[in-house]
Design a protein around this ligand. Structure first.
Ligand SMILES: NC(=O)c1ccc[n+]([C@@H]2O[C@H](COP(=O)([O-])OP(=O)(O)OC[C@H]3O[C@@H](n4cnc5c(N)ncnc54)[C@H](OP(=O)(O)O)[C@@H]3O)[C@@H](O)[C@H]2O)c1
Length: 244
């Protein structure tokens, strides 16, 4: 599936990996539908690429109806959807002893239910088409658990299980499933860590080794840019110098 003219929905498109992917795919001629809560950020991306085919729509991935609206909008406008990139995520980093139940709940709501909501909204369309590609952002934390990253890792392990289940259930119907697992990437994600000491420490590491989000965008594009009979199921992208 070459990228040009493909209809691609991207959640979490307002910053970081989602924004970089939106820009890359739009430049390559895809018809991108950008979703996030900060509509002003999405509009800024659209305005920066006036010749590209970019649509913007406000959506909170924790709300299934929002994602259904995004899917309906894309189908109405383009008649089909080729790729759903479930990328929105949050990353509170705190110990279990901190008892931050609200942050844990939000992590599960966005990182796990957000992905499931995206899958639930898109699958009926892709099954009807007999084709489609669902891509989800996991993490190196889909495969490891280190202190203070327990709940985030739990959400990303869940995402890996969901994407593997999606593959086994849907591959016979022509639907591809790809999990993108980045290591440290230089984005706003780290600024949302509420514990000041953890935030400072994680930002210090990320500033030293974090990858440019454009490199993850390239991995997403490579997964899309495959023949109809090739399904790249997982891509792990670590910075050189990150031992785990
Ligand atoms: N940065 C890293 O080192 C790294 C490493 C591995 C995996 N990841 C994963 O990469 C993905 C993207 O993160 P990023 O690093 O690009 O961080 P980011 O710059 O903070 O981007 C996060 C995106 O998620 C969106 N988002 C958050 N909550 C949302 C909600 N309830 N509904 C809709 N959108 C929501 C944000 O948009 P709004 O706030 O506008 O809604 C934003 O566009 C996440 O899944 C993250 O877990 C990141």
């Amino acid at each position: 599936m070459i990228v040009k003219d493909k209809v691609v929905i991207i959640t979490g498109a307002s910053s970081g990996i989602g924004k970089a992917t939106a820009e890359l795919l739009a430049k390559k001629g895809a018809k991108v539908v950008l979703a996030a809560r900060r509509l002003d950020r999405l509009e800024a991306i659209k305005n920066a690429f006036p010749a590209a085919n970019i649509s913007t729509i406000r959506a909170d991935v924790t709300n299934f109806e929002d994602l259904q609206t995004v899917v309906d909008y894309a189908v109405d406008k383009f008649g089909r959807i080729d790729v759903m990139f479930n990328n929105a995520g949050i990353m509170p980093v705190n110990s279990l002893a901190s008892g931050q139940r609200q942050e844990w709940q939000a992590t599960m709501d966005v990182n796990v239910m957000g992905v499931l909501n995206g899958i639930a909204a898109i699958l009926p369309i892709m099954e009807k088409q007999g084709a489609g590609h669902i891509i989800t952002t996991g993490s190196v934390n889909s495969r490891r658990v280190v202190p203070r990253w327990t709940v985030y890792s739990a959400s990303k392990y869940a995402v890996r299980a969901i994407m593997e289940g999606l593959r086994t259930e849907e591959t016979s119907k022509g639907i591809k499933a790809t999990l993108i697992c980045p290591g440290s990437v230089h984005t706003e994600l780290y600024k949302s860590i509420s514990d000041p000491a953890a935030r400072k420490a994680e930002i210090a590491t990320e500033e030293k080794i974090g990858l440019d989000p454009q490199l993850i965008a390239r991995a997403v594009m490579n997964a899309i840019d495959t023949p109809a009979d090739e399904d790249i199921n997982e891509i792990i992208v670590r910075p050189v110098g990150a031992p785990v």
